[in-house]
Design a protein around this ligand. Structure first.
Ligand SMILES: [Zn+2]
Ligand SMILES: [Zn+2]
Length: 217
């Protein structure tokens, strides 16, 4: 059965507290949830946590669950803040809502799209998933802005990140669409690339907004 959102929040708060104090337990008052909250029962019944004298510790299954919950939370933060460009308090709230949607499978897709990031926007570690290990093993080079490609390098367009609708329309009209192969011909003084049979020149600002899945050379 799926955990309640409140229970997931407790696991996250525990993970963060333990990460910060390095003592192997989280003090009850650090969790920000009333001690008589039913979510604590939910977690103890499933043998996820143990509460003793105001100290909460993970049991092995709970630690596993906490790890994947914090992973989803921090990936959601990256997605909301970096890709959707929503920051500040509103970004934090959205990340908290969004993480619950990143269940099995979806988190790997988001992680891959973000190029398997090591840290959240606050600099905290994102526990790696199978997708990250697999990417490292297979030499997948991940997704980078067009500006990171070397002249002559080929890749595939992953996504375009721009707030400017006109620019987006221009790119789409040029055939710069996710999934299309792209070949960077020249990177200075402007970026010249080929998509399909056409060649295009864009400035660095626009090149930074086009994200490319690199292929192994
Ligand atoms: Zn964070
Ligand atoms: Zn990954």
């Amino acid at each position: 059965m799926k955990l309640s959102e409140r229970a997931e929040e407790i696991l996250e708060a525990m993970w963060t507290a333990i990460e910060e104090n390095g003592e192997g337990f989280a003090a009850m008052e650090r969790i920000g949830v009333a001690a008589d909250d039913p979510a604590f029962d939910e977690l103890t019944k499933r043998a996820f946590i143990e509460i003793k004298e105001g100290r909460i510790t993970f049991r092995p299954e709970g630690k596993k669950e906490g790890r994947s919950t914090i992973r989803r939370h921090r990936l959601a933060e990256r997605l909301i803040m970096d890709v959707l460009n929503i920051r500040g308090e509103s970004g934090d709230n959205k990340a908290c809502q969004f993480e619950h949607l990143l269940n099995e499978g979806v988190d790997a897709k988001v992680c891959t799209m973000l190029n398997h990031p090591d840290t959240c926007p606050h600099g905290k570690a994102i526990p790696s998933g199978d997708c990250c290990l697999e990417a490292r093993r297979s030499g997948d080079l991940g997704v980078v802005p067009l500006t990171e490609l070397k002249s002559g390098e080929e890749g595939r367009i992953a996504y375009i990140q721009t707030e400017d609708n006109k620019k987006m329309q221009k790119l789409v009209a040029m055939g710069v669409l996710p999934g299309n192969p792209i070949h960077l011909l020249q990177s200075s003084p402007s970026y010249i690339f080929r998509v399909g049979y056409s060649e295009f020149a864009v400035d660095a600002e626009m090149a930074r907004e086009i994200f490319i899945s690199r292929l192994q050379g």
